[in-house]
Structure formats: C-alpha cells, structure tokens
Unconditional design. Structure first.
Length: 365
C-alpha cells in the first residue's frame, strides 16, 4: 500500500493521479456524491444551442431564474436568493449573521465551522451518536439550545451519515430556536435524493418562520458542480436584502442562468434519477449489510456510511484496494467524531456498484 498523509475529497482526482499514477479519466469517484446519470441529454442539447447568451450580461436580479427555482421548490420567487454555488451563500449568510457561538450538528461538512471561524465566532458540535446509528436525538439537541447560541447549523440529509430530520421535527427545533433568538441554517444539498421528500423538505417552513434559511445547489442532483449555481430560500426579507446588498453583481454567469431554466423543468431526468437512486440505495445497502465485517447505517440520501469491524483492517487499506481498481471511496476519518474505520460511498450505476461491492467483499474477507 502506498503510504501518504492525504485523505482525499471527491474532487481530488489530480492528487490521485499524481500519487497512484492512474489517469483521472479512468477513476470512478464513489466519493463525490454526484448523480451517476451525469448531465441530462436535454440540458446538453439545449444549452449548446444557447451559447449566444454569453454575449450579454445576465439579468442583475435573476428574476426569471428565481421564478423557475421557486416553481421547482414550491415557494414565491421573492423568497429565493441565487449565488455562485451554495458555498458563496453560506459564506455571505454567516458574514451577515456574524454568530458569536454556533452549534453544528455533526459529523458534517467542515465548511460551516470554517466560515464561522473566519467571522471571529466559535463553533460547538452537537454530536450524532454511533449508538443511535447517527440519528438526531431531537430532545437532547433542544436541551442544548439557549440564549448563548446565535446560530444552529444542520445538514439535512446529513453528510456523511446520510441521516434525515423530518419537517415535523424541524418545526419543533425552530420553535425552541425562536424562543431563544437563534437563527437556523439548513443545508439541503441532498434533499432531492430522499425517498420521503414531502416529509423531509423544509421549504414550507419558510412561510411561517423568519429564523430559517435553506441552502441548495445543482452540483450533486443535477451533476453540474462546474456551473457553480446555488440558491437559498428564506421568508426573512431583511436577510434577503442584506445578502443582496453584500453579494457581488452577476456572480452567476449567463450559461448557468440558462442551464437553471432547463434543468429545473427536466422532469424526465428528475424522475429517472429518483428511480435509479432509490433502487440502488436498497440494493447496495442490502449487499453491504450482508457482510459481517461491516456495520452499515441506514441511508436516506445518495450515499451510505459504513464502519469496518475487522480489527486488522481500516479505511486507508480499503481505499488503497479500491483505487487500484479505478474506484475512489471516501475515508471519513477527517470528519469530527469519526475515525479510520469509517468510509462513505455514493451510489453509481448498477454495474459499477457491483464492481465496488466485490472489491470491498474481497478486501474485507
């Protein structure tokens, strides 16, 4: 096994190529959590016919794009903010909220803590417990919510645990946060992949609560991370005005604006994605759960978290075995509360999923 200190992100294919000598185009990334269907044919064909949009500036207010997103999400376009990926919107929101103390439900995406720190704030973690299969204990969380906390951050479904919080539970959390003047940031990057969308989707709550902002993007579900199109949903008009005042104009290019119009109305692609992920989620979970060398946690998104039970095996060894077969998994030891026994994979095509399962089975014995 090659000895190295890196733990690779799904976008680190250049590093893989350098260390292992495997051409990046020959690597299947089970780490990036991107839709295995790739770009939809409709988007590919229609966007190619609209290249002339780059000869002019986009609409500074992105009204048409915001209307399209509002229709897709079931809200009013006045509640939609667009940005250069959800990362930009996370950064802008935290700069404006300027929390002194944030409570982050984790293990989760490290960018939240980083942004809070850049603003001079402190982050505390509310840990999802392995003994609870990483499901949120809402009662214990609400016990931690008090006036010393300015901001609560949740990823829903959560990365890397693939666990969900229902809208009903989120409403209870928002009630307690309202009492304690706590704003809630919910990252719904993976929401479109879930089976029970209507039970998990929190967009309707923005109609009744002004202390919530929901973040989404197109990178994962629509397989378009390079377009850098993200959006936020909130009913707090003061917050929307503050973000728009701080946001640079034209941060979304004309092609991304046009792509949004196409992809959010591509119902055939949306339905095919949901069907594929639902089928493969059940199948891969069953195959991994059948191995007595793994503990597999119930997935709700397009990826699944597992823990290696074999004493002489860890995620570094498994990563090495998989990458030599041209498949990249995610060692989760860089996430808070997880160690070198945990790994995450997303669901790809049935053939590729079978190939990866065979390598995992062979490696773990």
């Amino acid at each position: 096994m090659i000895q190295h200190s890196d733990h690779f992100h799904g976008s680190d294919l250049e590093k893989i190529e350098k260390i292992y000598g495997i051409p990046r185009e020959k690597i299947v990334s089970f780490s990036a959590n991107v839709n295995p269907l790739g770009l939809s044919e409709r988007l590919r064909n229609e966007l190619a016919g609209h290249l002339d949009v780059i000869t002019g500036y986009p609409d500074r207010e992105y009204v048409s794009l915001r209307r399209t997103i509002a229709d897709y999400c079931g809200t009013e376009y006045e509640h939609v903010i667009v940005g250069n990926g959800s990362t930009e919107l996370i950064s802008l929101f935290i700069q404006i909220a300027h929390p002194r103390k944030a409570l982050i439900v984790g293990p989760t995406y490290s960018e939240y803590e980083r942004e809070v720190s850049l603003g001079g704030g402190t982050s505390l973690y509310f840990p999802l417990k392995e003994k609870d299969d990483f499901k949120l204990d809402c009662d214990k969380l609400m016990e931690q919510l008090n006036e010393s906390i300015d901001l609560l951050i949740l990823c829903n479904p959560n990365n890397p645990t693939s666990t969900c919080v229902s809208r009903q539970t989120m409403r209870s959390i928002l009630d307690i946060c309202k009492q304690n003047d706590i704003f809630v940031m919910v990252d719904e990057t993976y929401i479109e992949f879930v089976e029970d969308y209507e039970k998990i989707n929190c967009v309707p709550l923005t109609q009744y609560y002004n202390n919530i902002i929901i973040l989404r993007g197109i990178s994962k579900f629509f397989a378009s991370p390079g377009l850098r199109l993200g959006y936020a949903l909130t009913g707090n008009q003061d917050l929307i005005k503050a973000i728009n005042l701080r946001r640079n104009p034209w941060t979304i290019n004309s092609l991304a604006e046009e792509a949004g119009r196409i992809m959010f109305s591509d119902n055939d692609y949306i339905d095919r994605t949901k069907e594929l992920i639902s089928s493969e989620r059940n199948r891969v979970k069953a195959a991994l759960s059948a191995m007595d060398t793994l503990k597999v946690y119930e997935p709700s998104a397009n990826f699944i978290l597992s823990r290696i039970l074999k004493d002489d095996m860890n995620a570094d060894i498994l990563f090495d075995a998989c990458i030599r077969e041209g498949m990249m998994i995610r060692n989760c030891c860089t996430f808070p509360f997880l160690d070198n026994k945990y790994f995450r994979i997303c669901f790809m095509s049935p053939d590729m999923n079978d190939k990866l399962i065979n390598v995992i089975r062979k490696t773990l014995g």
